[in-house]
Design a protein around this ligand. Structure first.
Ligand code: F6P
Length: 547
């Protein structure tokens, strides 16, 4: 098994780390105004393009030496070797002893990748074909409900990676979806989610897609049982389950145990991480909504960026550059967050999707060998679509005390041409990036006649870094490219930090404790409590108040 040569020993021990710190000492005091004045060509030079995505990274607080050192750091951390290890199916998820092969989910038909004696690409296409046949039958009305009525509503029940990807993709691609279908997503164990999403639906016209890699997740199983009761309360016979429930999972045994015929199950594999699964069978609801052809276009988009990431030198490699810049700000500038700001309403759930992708992947405090890191890892990702965010949290980005690198994403063509909306939208992207980088000096403010006492309030320090990412239009292929871009950026960062970006042990403790607490909440007589005094008091207070 290949390891991350430098990363596994710790980022600070990599040869380029010292020079990077020295470079930071010379770059950090410089303002982007000065950096641009000294290097007027950087707005055209520091641009990387791949597969129709254009990344302008010129408004970052870097010089050419920084970029060279970051690229060298990637080499020292073994990014190339680790990428090859991932693409060839090595078990780089060491704590779960698993391959990490989401890239196989979008390899074209006919390619072959043998892992443990199986051609995983052939397996992937076998499932894609079944998904396509099923999606077509639902879309054209051939697949009917138990009473013979046409299916009009698709409800995906899942959580985390079995929800966020499908919701994000459905919203992102609504323009391409069959508008006669109502597609909804239930994730929260809070009953309100299920009740509100089903209250106006007819069970006879409703298909549930139960999406869970493990098929044991508390929230999903609770909602799935409720869905079955809700359906059968109207449809009566148990036989109705076969027409109204399909499963997406790696766990055939649990699916059968739940009562779903495994003929109605679409499988995937343990080498697909939950947060890397929207292009696997977990995307079934997406495929039903947009159709198999569009889904295939999305996969082609993913694959284009996979190939770019795998082969392009890091100097021109979009995901590597974005990942390296995240490392630069997190480590050298102490930036704790990254804002992702899509200027595209259809991408409203993209930041939420990225939160799981980035933070469940890189929110780790130990390296692959279990040694504690002595540097910051995964920054906090957050964001909202523009221009809405401009009228809420941008104030803090412009004039607050935190340094927040921003990714501004926009498209040359809007999907709903209407008057001059799109030019106004895009003008705001450019204006924000310009304002964040260059700000407005006190002298400029004074020259506008602003009274002295207001000058500090109206001054914009600037020097706030941005990436500006452009594509032609938001379509399935572009969405695939965007997601793959961030997947590989996350991988780049995790490799530099020498951590396992593919496990998620940090979610376990809370789950275990909740299992212990449930019977304490439901006990008919006051239970003996052995928690800390706060938890004990909370349990007692809840039991008293809930009646
Ligand atoms: O709780 C975290 C997690 O394990 C995620 O990694 C995963 O995407 C989610 O739960 C859902 O898991 P499953 O698909 O097995 O229901």
């Amino acid at each position: 098994m290949s390891s991350a040569p430098g990363g596994a020993a710790g980022m600070r021990s990599l040869p380029s780390w010292g020079p990077l710190q020295e470079n930071h000492a010379s770059v950090a005091p410089r303002h982007l105004r000065e950096i641009f004045a000294d290097d007027p060509g950087r707005g055209e030079r520091l641009v990387a393009e791949a597969a129709g995505l254009r990344l302008d990274y010129s408004k970052n607080r870097v010089d050419d030496e920084t970029l060279g050192l970051l690229v060298t750091l990637a080499g020292e951390a073994g990014l190339r070797e680790r990428t090859e290890a991932m693409f060839s199916g090595e078990r780089i998820n060491v704590t779960e002893d698993r391959s990490v092969l989401h890239v196989a989910l979008r390899m074209p038909r006919g390619r072959s990748l043998i892992v443990d004696g199986r051609d995983v690409v052939a397996d992937v296409h076998e499932v894609l074909d079944r998904m396509a046949a099923f999606s077509r039958s639902v879309r054209d009305g051939e697949w009917t409900g138990h009473t013979g009525k046409r299916i009009r509503n698709i409800i995906n029940i899942g959580i985390g990676g079995s929800d966020l990807g499908p919701v994000m993709a459905y919203r992102a691609l609504r323009h391409y979806s069959d508008r006669d279908l109502t597609v909804r997503f239930v994730s929260n164990v809070d009953a309100t989610d299920f009740v509100e999403k089903t209250r106006d639906l007819d069970p006879a016209e409703t298909l549930f897609v139960i999406a869970s890699k493990t098929f044991t997740t508390l929230e999903t199983m609770t909602n799935a049982r409720t869905a079955r009761e809700w359906s059968l309360a109207t449809l009566g016979e148990e036989a109705a389950v076969a027409r109204h429930f399909v499963a997406v999972s790696t766990n055939a045994e649990e699916v059968a145990g739940f009562g779903i015929d495994t003929d109605n199950m679409f499988g995937f594999w343990d080498w697909v991480g939950g947060r890397y699964s929207m292009d696997s069978a977990i995307g079934l609801s997406t495929m039903i909504a947009i159709g198999p052809e569009r889904f295939a276009e999305m996969l082609a988009g993913f694959h284009a960026i996979d190939e770019h990431f795998r082969t392009e030198p890091y100097e021109r490699n979009l995901p590597a550059l974005m990942g390296l810049l995240n490392v630069w700000y997190a480590e050298l500038f102490g930036a704790e967050t990254v804002a992702v700001l899509p200027y595209e309403q259809y991408l409203e759930r993209f930041p939420a999707y990225l939160q799981q992708l980035t933070m469940e992947s890189n929110g780790k405090h130990v390296r692959l060998d279990g040694a504690a890191v002595d540097y910051a890892t995964g920054p906090i990702f957050w964001g909202e679509p523009g221009t809405n965010g401009q009228h809420s949290f941008y104030q803090l980005i412009h004039q607050g005390t935190h340094l927040i690198p921003c990714d501004l994403i926009f498209f040359a063509r809007g999907l709903n041409p209407l008057g001059d909306h799109h030019d106004l939208l895009v003008a705001n992207v450019f204006a924000q990036a310009e304002a964040l980088a260059f700000g407005k000096t006190a002298d400029e403010v004074r020259a506008e006649g602003v009274p002295d006492r207001l000058v500090p309030h109206k001054t914009f320090e600037g020097n706030r870094p941005t990436n500006v990412l452009m594509a032609e239009r938001l379509d399935p292929e572009t969405l695939g490219k965007l997601v793959a871009l961030y997947e590989h950026s996350v991988f780049t960062q995790g490799t530099i930090w020498g951590i396992d970006s593919f496990d998620q042990w940090g979610v376990e403790l809370g789950k275990t404790l909740a299992k212990r607490i449930v019977p304490e909440l439901q006990a008919t007589t006051d239970p003996e409590l052995g928690h800390d005094s706060s938890t004990n008091a909370l349990i007692r207070a809840y039991r008293r108040r809930r009646g």
